[in-house]
Unconditional design. Sequence first.
Length: 150
Amino acid sequence: MGLAVVDRAWIGLELPEFEVVITPEALQDFARTLGETNPVYLDADAARELGYRSIVAMPTYSIALGTRGDFTGGLLERLGVALSRVLHGSQRFVLHRPICGGDRLRGRKRVTDVYEKKGGALGFVETRLDYRSETEELVAEELCTLVIPP
């Protein structure tokens, strides 16, 4: 029953690409919300003194982008799965370089795997969201596993 509406045919589904400009203010808000006090995440001058272009995004900042429905093409709706049925299984971030205020990134999310466990009682959907710079440099990857119980 676990994947009654989500099947392996969804593997490879690519959602529409989106573009986002990373503002220093958004990075500061994210850091403050988490109680961060390190100046590299809050003060552009402090970040530049350490060799960065601007305020640095905290390592998990991309989750604030990657979960926005308007940016990720309504993945759950496309799969026919209600948000109320989804459990967050795991999240992993791979940073290839720091994300800084002023960066303009393009993101694209795709379904990388769909499978069942416990005899079909639990469905799993794995996604990968790549963020690239204007020069096509891979900046960050966000890997997520969603669990869909019966």
